[in-house]
Unconditional design. Structure first.
Lengths: 286, 226
């Protein structure tokens, strides 16, 4: 699999990169109890992709012809997901309404919009459906390098700004009392989450992005102490999931996205069972 | 500091209205009043978390550095933070890069509250009293001139309440810190607080603890309001 001549090496390395980086931003969705944002935003991103393709089919062109489809899809994905996460997060921070209800309605609306945009598109339905499901095996060289570059920047910034993000997430009032610009840090964090989702959905699809954002942090939390170990272990679980999932998908000839999600669920179940057994043994001994 | 005719509230509805107060440097001030009367709101306005909707807060001797200790139940136990990480938050400056003197000060603060043995434990797994001491250490790590504590002994057993109140008193008397503390345990403020702010129905009565914490006055206040 790691041979330089391996035909699917770009797909493998793209999956691995997304698996390593998504949990780094996903830890904040878990800790802020915004897990369902992790499913709603990828769906909105998918709706953005479908909408961009529809515009393209209807003859609306913004970019040079040779790269237009991909670029329009990426623009749709980024615009929809970043705007949605900023709107949902700002309403949440203002404490208005009921966040879970809003996220549920957003998810339903985005899923319906994706299907309607695809149905309204007279051409390329199969290509579009494959893109919405996430087809990393067909990743182009330019898309591969864009994914690597964007995720490298997101990983670097998330690790560098980890203390700020943790502080404003954990104790907003204390951060305000020390003069921190909490709204700016929130904006920065949500932008990073939005970009990670937008680029990831283009490459591996909404289901796998949700899986990578949420399941590795859930698995890492009970076995780590401290924010840096928590983030790094979550990232490592994401990386292992991507590698094992890729291998099993090739070996058994099954779709990659669901295989990765299944692998991460098995890791989560094993860790939860091990923790429960440890607790049971400790209680029995005492 | 002087609060001049201030009103504070949420979404345009005032919780406290036309409040005039003065807190002298180096005093121990107890803030008391029924649930939902606006005690925490007052603290948040003092430290600058909540803007006042009317009036002004004046600092004739310059704005002091505040060490804010929030209600510990507002901090989510989902975070896998260690005690050391929580205390170091108090040492963050404009950026979260911490230099050695600030790091040393944070560790000293842990010793000061007798919680140095907890440094590597998970914050969420501590008892209520231990968490409270760690939060006080975090506030001390910011080298405050004014310590602002929001219900530090709520839901804590009597011996631990005593420890935390003694600690606040020691910080006030030996280090000269101004202490402003919201506290439901009126009796634990007796002999420690020099001034009392009593909040009822959006208004405040202030005075020396010796005058406001007498049995007769407490009964009168509870019956009639300020």
């Amino acid at each position: 699999m790691f041979d330089s001549e391996f035909l699917l090496r770009h797909a493998l390395y793209a999956s691995l990169t997304i698996g390593l980086v998504c949990p780094l931003v996903g830890v904040y969705l878990v800790l802020r109890r915004l897990v369902f944002l992790g499913i709603a935003i990828p769906q909105i991103s998918a709706a953005g992709i479908a909408f961009a393709y529809l515009l393209h089919t209807l003859g609306v062109h913004f970019y040079p012809h040779e790269a237009e489809e991909q670029l329009m899809a990426l623009t749709g994905s980024i615009l929809f997901s970043v705007l949605a996460i900023l709107a949902l997060a700002s309403l949440d921070l203002k404490g208005r309404g009921w966040m879970e209800g809003r996220i549920g309605a957003t998810y339903a609306g985005a899923a319906a919009a994706s299907i309607l945009f695809v149905a309204a598109n007279p051409f390329g339905e199969s290509t579009l459906l494959s893109l919405l499901r996430g087809d990393v095996l067909g990743i182009s060289t330019s898309q591969f390098w864009t994914t690597i570059a964007v995720y490298a920047v997101i990983a670097l910034l998330t690790l560098l700004l980890q203390k700020e993000f943790t502080f404003v997430s954990f104790d907003r009032d204390m951060a305000l009392s020390l003069g921190k610009n909490v709204a700016a840090w929130d904006l920065c964090l949500y932008l990073m989450i939005g970009l990670a989702i937008a680029f990831g959905v283009m490459t591996v699809g909404p289901l796998l992005i949700f899986g990578f954002l949420i399941i590795p942090p859930l698995a890492a939390r009970p076995i780590t102490k401290g924010m840096v170990p928590f983030s790094l272990v979550a990232s490592a679980i994401g990386g292992v999931t991507a590698l094992v999932g890729f291998y099993l998908s090739l070996r058994w000839d099954v779709p990659l996205g669901p295989t990765d999600v299944a692998v991460s669920c098995v890791i989560l179940a094993v860790i939860s069972a091990a923790k429960a057994s440890k607790r049971w043994i400790r209680n029995a001994n005492s | 500091m002087r609060l001049v005719d201030i009103s504070i509230g949420y979404n345009g509805a005032p919780v406290l209205d036309h409040i005039d107060l003065e807190i002298a440097r180096g005093t121990f001030v107890g803030v008391i009043g029924p649930n939902g009367s606006g005690k925490s709101t007052l603290l948040k306005a003092i430290v600058g978390i909540l803007p006042v909707s009317r009036g002004r807060i004046e600092f004739p001797e310059g704005k002091p550095r505040f060490g804010y200790v929030p209600q510990r139940d507002t901090l989510d136990p989902l975070y896998p933070l260690t005690v050391k990480e929580v205390v170091l938050m108090g040492a963050y400056g404009p950026s979260s890069f911490i230099r050695k003197p600030q790091r040393d000060r944070a560790m000293e603060a842990l010793v000061q509250v007798r919680a140095e043995g907890l440094a590597s434990r998970r914050f969420a797994e501590l008892s209520g009293g231990e968490r409270q001491r760690v939060l006080i250490a975090r506030a001390l790590a910011s080298n405050p001139e004014c310590l602002v504590l929001d219900e530090p002994v709520s839901g804590i057993d009597q011996p631990t309440t005593q420890v935390i109140m003694d600690l606040a008193q020691a910080l006030n008397m030996t280090e000269g810190l101004t202490v402003v503390m919201v506290n439901h345990h009126i009796l634990s403020l007796r002999g420690r607080a020099q001034e009392i702010i009593w909040i009822v129905d959006g208004r405040a009565v202030c005075g020396p603890a010796s005058a406001l914490l007498t049995r007769e006055k407490i009964e009168e206040m509870l019956m009639r309001g300020p």
